[in-house]
Design a protein around this ligand. Structure first.
Ligand code: GDP
Ligand code: MN
Length: 376
């Protein structure tokens, strides 16, 4: 889960990294009062979980409380890369002498963390990284050893950062470890004209596996912006919305992935990924069918099951019982193979639902589901 800038900022401050004074609000009226409290001039910053706010017009300087109110009104409700701005942060402006980039990110392939740092931080860091990679230092960090003052000094040296950033680099590592983050990024980390080192922006991605011990952030799960994905997540389903017209249900992620490929190979596009896993109970089947059938772009549904520990007759029972609670509105093509396939097919044959048909091979069933979806 990603945190908002103001939340990242809160963590930085708790770990002794200097940040500008700031307050958050969803009301432009209140923005005026906040600006007054902060001394009049403020930076108004959209709080959205995406980068590039500055370039999108989501970070703006306001000269006085009246301007802060107006600017907040303009930024609230703005769309930045598909994210609607619901709150703004107002921060005391800082006189910037230099902008740096620093981050720690998990390097899964190397089984380590990576410190990435540059003396040329700010809004053009992507371009710097693309055109002059030598200006961006990458220093591996051993997760067990962490970032000691000696490691931090090496990172600063490699990136050409002033020695006074070493303390921040150590503290930023402590944020990562103690807050269970997979990524911490500060861009820009600045040197102010009066010589202070401050974090002016922050991105923190928490490890969802550690969610249970980071309860303070609550359930701000906005990873499911798609309503179907949100509905599926609420039912505990492993569902991903795709752009096509053939609804897919399968057991096992590998089988479902290859089912998507085979359907695509038959000239139709899969409407989703849905892995119902090993259990394949009637409830899971009913939940999966109801999510898929509520997708208006779905024109046929393909259930592709390879019976293993959960045998095909149990899956077929699950489908039959699911059809008691879910009204089938689109053709359903079922392919059962593996453990107890013959018994499973017999169960579905006996049920004889007019919209359910069976095809015994995966290719044949995919072709049938694809044809049902694309013929007008
Ligand atoms: P981003 O574009 O989403 O990464 O948003 P940032 O928070 O990084 O802001 C973009 C740019 O605005 C920064 O690179 C700074 O140059 C500038 N900025 C942000 N806060 C301040 C501030 O307090 N004072 C000044 N002078 N510039 C700021
Ligand atoms: Mn930034």
């Amino acid at each position: 889960m990603d945190l908002y800038e103001h939340q990242a900022r809160e963590l930085f401050a708790e770990h002794g990294i200097v940040v500008p004074r700031a307050e958050v609000t969803g009301s432009s009226r209140e923005a005026r009062d906040i600006a007054r409290r902060l001394g009049g001039r403020v930076v108004v910053k959209a709080q959205v979980k995406t980068g590039g706010r500055g370039k999108a017009g989501g970070v703006r300087l306001a000269a006085d409380p009246a301007a802060a109110e107006l600017t907040a009104r303009q930024i609230l409700g703005m769309d930045i890369k598909g994210h609607t701005v619901g709150t703004v942060m107002l921060a005391q402006p800082v006189d910037i002498a230099e902008e740096f980039y620093v981050s720690y990110v998990l390097d899964r392939t190397a089984g380590r963390f990576l410190a990435i740092a540059s003396a040329e931080g700010g809004m053009d860091i992507e371009e710097v990284a693309a055109t002059r990679p030598e200006a961006v230092a990458r220093v591996p960090v051993d997760p067990a050893e962490g970032v000691t003052p000696a490691t931090a000094a090496r990172i600063a040296e490699a990136a050409g950062l002033p020695a006074r950033t070493v303390d921040v680099l150590v503290r930023l590592w402590q944020v990562l470890v103690r807050e269970d983050a997979l990524l911490v990024e500060v861009n820009p980390l600045v040197r102010t004209r009066d010589g202070r080192i401050m974090a002016l922006d922050g991105k923190v991605t928490l490890d969802d596996n550690a969610r249970f011990r980071q309860e303070r952030w609550g359930d701000q799960d906005d990873t499911h912006t798609d309503p179907l994905e949100a509905a599926a997540a609420a039912k505990g389903l492993n569902y991903v919305k795709l752009d096509g017209e053939v609804g897919i249900i399968g057991n096992g992620a590998g089988l479902v992935m290859s089912t998507l490929d085979v359907v695509a190979g038959c000239g139709a596009r899969p409407a989703n990924f849905l892995d119902i896993g090993g259990g394949a109970s009637a409830q899971v089947m009913a939940d999966g069918l109801s999510v898929i059938l509520s997708d208006p772009s779905v024109r046929s549904v393909f259930v592709n099951v390879f019976g293993g520990i959960t045998a095909c007759d149990a899956v077929a029972d699950g489908i039959v019982r699911a059809l008691d609670t879910v009204r089938l509105t689109k053709p359903l093509v079922v392919r059962l193979d593996g453990n107890n396939a013959a018994r499973g097919r017999a169960v579905l044959d006996a049920h004889a639902h007019p919209l359910v048909e069976q095809v015994t091979t995966m290719d044949g069933a995919a072709g049938r589901a694809a044809r049902l979806a694309i013929t007008p």
